[in-house]
Design a protein around this ligand. Structure first.
Ligand code: CTP
Length: 398
């Protein structure tokens, strides 16, 4: 399965804000992800950035005028509106938001919005005081009530020099919101999926930990793929350094015990649990309050077994485990299907150069309760996730 933006018709509305320059990057990343991007600019936007910039990036006409006599289509805004899989306005100015809330249609962009049945996502960008103004807040609330997705804004330094709410979200976050919005009626809509990610950290003392090489990328890819198929996703993560996926409920944890508590609490109302995390099997029996000083040549640390989260998580939901192995991959994974009473296990050989910790690809085998082995080729972690989710969907249906 291709990425979530492949061959999607995205109408990108750009309005007159200093953040217009970021819309160029967004258009570029959308095109790179396989989307067909039609840019519609307001007059204000053309004061900040030349339409030619978007033309060069998208290889498509840029609409700046609702009354363009040379337009290829007779009624440009209607044809764009009908073709769109999603309309994204980034950046959306305070004036544009007010016009949308009022249902006005006085330029190419607002007429496109009012003529489309596609989902609308707007990413506000403005000075903090403009964002905080009751009129803006009311307008945003009105749009939310109508089902418009409001992405951001973020807190931070604004062009005025003020610190506050009003920054346009960064491109990766916007891409996440766009993918999630495109997929909200997907085949996992209405389902809740709990995903765990990353390697847990078990404190030895205030300075040292026992951990492992898990990057968390597989769990994050699963969370994004499930979100992009419409699921409500809870990501219980011990990973660090990965960007929080947009429109996913993120629960940060550190130790196996914290992960266990967070997973057991969330999974009760879930339809599936996918344990992609590398959970410590043992933790130091005693966690020293103070830093352990160097003294003897040898130091032994007593370890205590942690709770097996998958085994502890019992209930009426699909249970998927991972099995990272350095030898006897299929044999070991089959044992885990039975010992942990799993619906599915995703087995990967961490010694394979295409697989494992920190990589963007994975080569896995899927093994269900019947112990049949489905070997997958080397795929991106996002594609692996979709193959896992295909199996989860089949399990839901059965
Ligand atoms: N797992 C878990 N709780 C633990 C340890 C593991 O829920 N305390 C889950 C992992 O998230 C994974 C599956 O169990 O989905 C298998 O984990 P793995 O580390 O491969 O196997 P273990 O059961 O720990 O056995 P071993 O380390 O001996 O291979």
């Amino acid at each position: 399965m291709a990425g979530p933006l492949e061959n999607k018709n995205v109408v990108l509305g750009v309005t007159g804000s200093i953040a217009c320059y970021k819309a160029v990057d967004l258009a570029s990343k959308l095109v790179q992800a396989g989307a067909l991007v039609d840019v519609v600019m307001t007059y204000g936007a053309t004061q900040f950035i030349a339409p030619l910039t978007f033309r060069a990036i998208t290889h498509r006409n840029v609409v700046t005028n609702a009354f363009d006599i040379n337009s290829e289509s007779a009624i440009e805004h209607v044809s764009l509106a009908h073709r769109a899989d999603i309309v994204v306005i980034a950046p959306a100015t305070v004036h544009c938001i007010a016009k949308l809330a009022g249902g006005l249609a006085d330029d190419a962009l607002t007429t496109t919005v009012i003529a489309t049945l596609a989902p609308l996502l707007i990413a506000p960008a403005m000075d903090a005081n403009m964002y905080d103004h009751p009129a803006t807040q009311e307008n945003l609330e009105k749009l939310r009530q109508r089902g418009v997705v409001i992405a951001g804004p973020a807190q931070g330094r604004l062009a005025s020099g003020l610190m506050g709410m009003g920054r346009l979200l960064e491109t990766p976050e916007l891409l996440g919101h766009i993918s999630a919005t495109l997929g909200r009626k997907g085949d996992l809509a209405g389902r809740t999926v709990v995903v765990s990610a990353g390697g847990t950290m078990e404190a030895i003392d205030p300075v040292r930990v026992i951990t492992n090489h898990s990057s968390g990328k597989m769990g994050y890819a699963l969370a994004e793929a499930a979100r992009d198929r419409g699921a409500n996703v809870v990501l219980v993560t011990a990973a660090s350094g990965l960007a929080e996926p947009a429109m996913v409920k993120v629960v940060p944890v550190r130790s196996a015990e914290e992960m266990c508590d967070a997973v057991l609490e969330r999974v009760q109302s879930a339809d599936a649990l996918i344990m992609a995390a590398a959970v410590a099997d043992y933790r130091p029996s005693i966690q020293a309050d103070q830093k352990i000083k160097k003294s003897e040549d040898d130091l032994s640390i007593a370890l205590t077994k942690t709770t097996d989260i998958l085994q502890a998580a019992k209930g009426n939901f699909v249970r998927v485990g991972f099995s990272a192995e350095s030898q006897d991959l299929v044999k070991n994974a089959k044992v885990k299907v039975q010992s942990k009473d799993l619906d599915l296990i995703v087995a990967n050989d961490i010694t394979d150069p295409d697989s494992g910790f920190g990589r963007d690809t994975n080569k896995v085998a899927l093994i269900g309760r019947d112990l049949q082995v489905e070997e997958l080729p080397v795929l991106s972690k996002y594609e692996v996730s979709n193959r896992v989710l295909d199996r989860v969907l089949t399990l839901f249906r059965s």
